[in-house]
Design a protein around this ligand. Structure first.
Ligand code: ARG
Ligand code: ZN
Length: 507
């Protein structure tokens, strides 16, 4: 923590100074001291890669997002949209709160109330300064990656108390590129927006505790110019309504959801009739009407397999975890896909392997999320391994052959020295996270045997359902089902900076 940062964060430096880090929540009450001790909630969730993402001192139970969005005008107008939002956030305090933070990036707040009581906007106060009455302030520092909206509620909030926060905000949306130069957040497109926020881009479009350790349910009312279609997570809670040239789309996502998995994509979509998996999961697809020719043929073939893919993954890993499924296929930004909960986003077209990959994430990543971003191999390794299993199931090469194809070729020392168990913020989506991640799971299967491997997979999903887990939690599950000590195994696969020593082959 350098002096510059302390200075830049202004009033937030108090919390930093007191806690000397981001995971703790301030001075504790002295033993036997009477009454509550109100302190500031932490300004981060404690993630080593994104120290200011997420917040402490409360748990969000629900986000209700009411958005009015005007997409860019036709070229050559700039690719910028106009965004107005009202976020209604239900949260429960987990400590006696004097202040608490939300993450919000690139938007301006115009009003904020706590349980209906207005707070006034002020400039960030000096470190340690007292602030009178209910107030809020917003620190935005792109260089230091600090985007913190601080709320000082009055009266103060007691531990266990439920409060409702209403934030009115808005701004101009653009096309941010962030971690690994990927689309980030409310990614403005000529016809709308492709909303993809992994790992911490949700703060570009709503005030949020932007970390997967604080999951919540969501509801949406997205108002767009008549003719545009807005598709979010979950199901339409009521039919869209049109008045005065604007259409409002209502979506409801009642399952626990990590912030990076939220979407509300807008475009010239064909919202297709709902169909179902064998197990009855409703599937709702939205495909950009500008996708034609081979891209449309391929997309339709892949989407047509979704019911069988759900059947297959349910047979291996247990029931599909959410209330609905389906895909959003946008014609913009070719090559990006994200497993947004219940409704992955694809760009350009949706290939079969990618569709299986994003579907597999609903179990691995969405129902059970990586507790730290360092645990990303649990997402991408599993989704990749699921495609190996699917290919075998469809009569293609076996998972063992896919493993051999990965293991056999000579690769650079740089490839092998990459630690998938600690890839760094800029290495989250490195190819090794996907391929060595999948190979790790195959080797684990060889190590413990098929029975323990699939039993362990299900136990992992059950134990951490609607929540998150770490690589250590994962190891513990497989030690439990196999009775083996797996320290050396995970050291080799997640951390050793060399090629794992031998081919792992199924009997
Ligand atoms: N999770 C996405 C997938 O399943 C990848 C996201 C890539 N993000 C990035 N910033 N490069 O493929
Ligand atoms: Zn993935």
């Amino acid at each position: 923590m350098n002096g510059k940062r302390l200075k830049l964060v202004g009033g937030l430096a108090v919390a930093l100074t007191v806690i000397g880090g981001l995971g703790a929540t301030g001075a504790a009450a002295a033993p036997g001291a009477p009454g509550p001790r109100y302190t500031a909630g932490s300004q981060g969730a404690g993630d080593a890669y994104f120290p200011y993402s997420g917040n402490g001192g409360y748990d969000v139970s629900h986000y209700d997002l009411d958005v009015t969005y005007t997409p860019p005008a036709a070229a050559p107008a700039p690719l910028e949209g106009r965004f107005e939002g009202v976020a209604t956030i239900d949260l429960v305090a987990t400590q006696d709160l004097d202040r608490f933070n939300l993450d919000l990036r690139g938007m301006e707040v115009s009003s904020l109330t706590v349980d209906g009581k207005p707070a006034r906007a002020i400039a960030p106060p000096a470190p340690g300064a007292e602030v009178d009455g209910a107030a809020y302030w917003h620190v935005q520092d792109d260089e230091e990656r600090i985007w913190e909206l601080t709320v000082q509620p009055r009266p103060k909030i007691k531990k266990g108390q439920s409060v409702q926060l209403v934030v009115e905000y808005g701004g101009t949306t653009t096309r941010p590129l962030d971690i690994e130069e990927a689309p980030y957040g409310w990614w403005t497109t000529r016809d709308g927006a492709m909303v993809v926020s992994e790992p911490d881009g949700s703060m570009t479009w709503y005030p949020v505790s932007d970390h997967q350790t604080d999951k919540a349910s969501y509801s949406f009312a997205i108002t767009v110019p008549e003719g545009k279609v807005a598709v979010a997570n979950g199901v339409q809670s009521k039919p869209e309504q049109t008045a005065g040239g604007w259409t409002t789309w209502y979506w409801d996502a009642p399952d626990q959801q990590a912030s990076y998995l939220t979407t509300a994509s807008v475009g010239d979509f064909e919202l297709r009739p709902t169909y179902t998996s064998t197990s009855g999961v409703p599937i709702i697809d939205a495909v950009d009407t500008k996708i034609t020719g081979n891209a449309l043929t391929n997309t339709n073939a892949s989407l047509g397999l979704q019911p069988q893919m759900i059947d297959f993954l349910e047979s291996r890993f247990g029931p599909y975890p959410f209330n609905s499924y389906g895909s959003i296929v946008d014609n913009d930004s070719v090559g990006y896909a994200l497993e947004t909960q219940t409704r992955p986003v694809y760009s350009g077209s949706a290939g079969q392997g990618t569709v299986l990959h994003e579907l597999a994430h609903q179990w691995f990543g969405n129902a059970v999320s990586p507790e730290r971003w360092a645990d990303i191999w649990l997402n991408e390794g599993w989704a990749t391994y699921a495609t190996w299993l699917w290919t075998e199931h469809r009569g293609g090469i076996t998972a063992q052959q896919a493993y051999n194809n990965w293991y056999a070729p000579a690769r650079t020392p740089a490839y092998w020295s990459f630690q998938i168990g600690d890839p760094g913020a800029l290495g989250l989506f490195a190819t090794q996270v996907y391929n060595r991640g999948a190979a790790t799971l195959h080797a684990l299967r060889v190590e413990v045997g098929d029975e323990a491997f699939f039993a362990g997979s299900r136990l992992w999903l059950e134990r951490h359902n609607d929540s998150a887990g770490t690589a250590e939690d994962f190891q513990a599950v497989f030690e439990e089902v196999s009775g083996e000590d797996l320290d050396a195994f995970f050291q080799t696969w997640l951390y050793d900076q060399v090629k794992p020593p031998a081919t792992w082959t199924l009997p």
